[in-house]
Design a binder for this molecule. Structure first.
Ligand SMILES: Nc1ncnc2c1ncn2[C@@H]1O[C@H](COP(=O)(O)OP(=O)(O)O)[C@@H](O)[C@H]1O
Ligand SMILES: [Mg+2]
Length: 408
């Protein structure tokens, strides 16, 4: 099968089959080819089942591929790394894998995620604080003017420096806004006894927190914040694999990373390099909106936004799931290419049939499929419209087996 991988990335794709149908296997195969056969397309995998370090072992261990594996905790030994990686049953005790993992470690490609401890406010929190000052100032137009002026200065700074709302404020910003705020309250004769004056002239706690945070980050170089992960993806890495099984933590990362990357692309009018966001077990990340609350809902909405808007900015997404019925349908409708394997539940087949206008009779045939057999339909990547074709995918494990044989 000849693919236009660039289009596959830009126009989003989906992989649907029951558990064991070969979704992750196919996904890893496609990712390997994207990395090998496109110039500079980048890939970020949200690997909640922690399978992709094994499935892409050859790529991640290759010294020619700039890569980062991001785990939930710091690992101190090869043994720990080995244990944190999920492998297919036949490979569970395969010691040859360790040689590959060792190479990944030696190249400094393993890191772990740290959630911010010191509370440095984001730009949006900073602006909320300022907005709060309006409450006691409604009857004083010159206070309102001062607040407007500071507000505009913040926006101007963010725009000039390409910053997004949920990034943490930096030291340079704090010094800048400190000066602007102090000048503004003087100029507009805000009373030194007022809350607004106090707010405008005390920035020391924030500066302190920023400094302490920097010190902490220097101490632990493998510990990556959201901002660092984004930087790594934008600068050097071709592939970032986030193998974190804690649903809350990985969803929080999905929300922040997708929001930041999209906002930065918009601001810079950038389309390249293409970045492909991979959501395996997509029901975790884009659940149906009406049945979800809290971080689940937020994550689903955010990924939906990525799917809707990313295309314009070179940000593509692919999703794999066993239960289409549990998915946010708005997100599902954004896919231009899809692979359908065995879907035992009639409801899932009906939904696929309705969403993508595939004949129900053709979908019945998937019931006889073996792992690795797929119906492929694409408006874009194959140039054939709405006529699903049958494909047999290579088993990605063969690629890994080859690597293990040659490198043990
Ligand atoms: N293309 C393929 N050819 C042969 N066997 C496959 C293929 N894809 C998957 N398999 C087999 O099916 C098993 C499950 O695949 P996996 O990708 O983990 O499924 P899923 O992600 O859908 O649960 C694999 O361990 C492998 O043995
Ligand atoms: Mg899977």
């Amino acid at each position: 099968m000849i693919f236009d991988f660039e289009k596959l990335v830009r126009y989003h794709f989906g992989v649907f089959a029951f558990t064991g149908g070969g979704k992750s296997n196919l996904m890893s195969n496609i990712l390997r080819r994207i990395l090998l056969h496109t110039e500079n397309t980048k890939v970020i995998i949200f690997d909640i089942s922690c399978e992709y370090v094994f499935l892409l072992l050859d790529i991640l261990a290759d010294p020619n591929t700039a890569a980062k594996v991001i785990l939930e905790h710091r690992i101190d030994s090869l043994e720990q790394f080995f244990n944190s990686v999920v492998k297919p049953r036949e490979y569970e005790a395969d010691e040859r894998i360790k040689a590959g993992l060792q190479r990944i470690m030696e190249q400094g490609k393993v890191a772990y995620y740290i959630r911010p401890k010191q509370k440095v406010p984001t730009y949006s929190q900073f602006m909320d604080e300022l907005e709060n000052q309006r409450k006691g100032s409604v009857d004083r137009p010159h206070y309102m003017n001062a607040i407007d002026k500071i507000h505009d200065a913040i926006l101007e700074y963010m725009e000039k420096n390409g910053l997004s709302e949920n990034q943490e404020v930096n030291e340079d910003f704090v010094r800048y806004i400190d000066k602007v705020a102090a000048e503004t309250v003087e100029e507009l004769k805000v009373s030194p006894k007022s809350g607004l004056y106090a707010w405008a002239t005390t920035r020391n706690t924030i500066l302190d927190r920023i400094k302490r945070k920097h010190e902490e980050e220097q101490k632990e170089t493998d510990a990556l914040t959201v901002d660092k992960i984004r930087e790594i993806l934008e600068d050097k890495a071709r592939i970032v694999c986030i193998s974190i099984s804690d649903p809350f933590i990985i969803k929080e990362l999905v929300i922040n990373l997708t929001q930041d990357l999209l906002a930065r692309r918009k601001r810079k009018f950038k389309v390249k390099p293409y970045i492909l966001f991979v959501f395996d077990e997509a029901q975790e990340f884009i659940p149906e909106l009406s049945g979800s609350v809290g971080i689940d809902k937020k994550c689903s909405k955010q990924v939906e936004t990525l799917l809707r808007q990313g295309r314009k900015y070179g940000l593509g997404a692919c999703i794999a799931t066993q239960r289409v019925a549990y998915l946010n349908t708005n997100a599902l409708q954004q896919l231009h290419t899809y692979f359908v394997g065995t879907l035992p539940r009639p409801y899932d087949r009906a939904l696929i049939s309705d969403t993508f206008m595939i004949d129900k009779g053709i979908l019945e045939k998937t019931l006889e499929f073996a792992p690795g057999e797929w119906l492929l339909s694409s408006y874009i990547a194959t140039g054939i419209e709405n006529v699903p074709i049958f494909i047999k995918a290579d088993n990605a494990e063969n690629e890994i087996e080859k690597y293990l044989k040659n490198n043990a």
